[in-house]
Design a protein around this ligand. Structure first.
Ligand SMILES: *[C@@H]1O[C@H](CO)[C@@H](O)[C@H](O)[C@H]1NC(C)=O
Length: 316
């Protein structure tokens, strides 16, 4: 925890707005690492309080630190909350059920308990990747709490075709391990391994840090005992596809809830899944962000922040 705290302090030293970082303790005694951002120079603080807050949920293996390019801009006129999902980053790492539906429920319950503990009535809910999947599940179960659902390159909305048998055979051996086991097994070589296999993370944040801050952060997010990734594995088929794709359930979102899905044009996530959502659940809008990979918010932060701010302003 010492190392993750240190890389955390370096990470957020450039933030201009008021930043409150703390653990929110849930009734289950699990602790959720939470950031709250407000603009300190806003002329009328009451106006900021009346605006619908934005809550940001990161993806697999990530943490609040990945939003470093978005937090200041998005908290210009409204309060922004970002938290580490249960079992990821600095949050508690409880054991997860091995059943797909139960593991999903465990994540969703922790988000609802978090909302209650923070004392939020309603929110604009934004989720990236796995966070988008969980945000959708949350919004289906707690629709009155979500005033706009924003999904960014969401994980597995649509069922995939079954892969050939030889692919399955290889994958069944590889998937005996938790996805991040390699990073843990590498011990002191872990950060180097992150740099080697995900050099893009270092590049994406190059102009903010001239050292290894981001690599260290991601390493320390994932070098701890597995928890959230066990939950993720319970929810996944081999190859990381969802056992319970959202497309079968997304029509359960009330039609009064605005739904927007953003995709990175160069992402491995197939944006045509958004078109399938539009067919079964309208109204819904999809938007493609050019020159962006799966990590849309880090690749095109200005464009991303502008789009999200406009969506938030359409709420109030
Ligand atoms: C805070 O609000 C003021 C006034 O609306 C604005 O000019 C400023 O850019 C905001 N600061 C940040 C960091 O968003």
């Amino acid at each position: 925890f010492f190392l993750i705290s240190l890389s955390f302090i370096f990470l957020f030293s450039g933030i201009q707005n008021n930043l409150w970082a703390r653990f929110v303790t849930l009734p289950s005694q699990d602790r959720i690492w939470t950031l709250t951002l407000t603009n300190k120079t806003v002329p009328k603080p009451a106006e900021q309080d009346s605006k619908m807050p934005l809550v940001m949920v990161h993806g697999f293996g990530g943490g609040v630190g990945l939003w470093i390019r978005n937090l200041d801009a998005l908290s210009r006129s409204r309060t922004v909350y970002a938290f580490d999902l249960l079992g990821f980053g600095r949050s508690s790492r409880p054991s997860f059920p091995s059943d797909a539906a139960k593991a999903e429920e465990h994540f969703v319950n922790s988000i609802e308990q978090w909302r209650q503990s923070v004392g939020l009535e309603n929110m604009i809910l934004l989720g990236h990747s796995l966070g988008g999947y969980l945000a959708t599940s949350y919004a289906i179960q707690h629709p009155s709490r979500v005033s706009h659902l924003i999904l960014v390159d969401p994980w597995e909305l649509v069922k995939r075709p079954s892969p050939p048998r030889w692919v399955k055979a290889i994958v069944s051996v590889v998937s005996l391990f938790n996805p991040l086991a390699v990073i843990r097994a590498a011990g002191p070589w872990g950060p180097g391994l992150v740099n080697r296999f995900r050099p893009d993370f270092k590049r994406k944040f190059e102009d903010l840090f001239d050292d290894d801050t981001m690599t260290q952060y991601i390493y320390h997010c994932n070098a701890q005992p597995p928890s959230g990734e066990v939950g993720f594995r319970a929810m996944s088929e081999s190859l990381g596809w969802a056992k319970r794709p959202m497309l079968q359930r997304i029509h359960l979102l009330p039609s009064s809830m605005p739904l927007t899905i953003l995709y990175g044009a160069q992402s491995w996530v197939d944006s045509s899944s958004g078109d399938k959502v539009v067919q079964v659940r309208s109204p819904a809008r999809t938007k493609l962000i050019n020159d962006a990979s799966h990590h849309v918010y880090a690749d095109q932060p200005e464009k991303f922040n502008r789009v999200i701010e406009n969506l938030c302003n359409s709420v109030n």
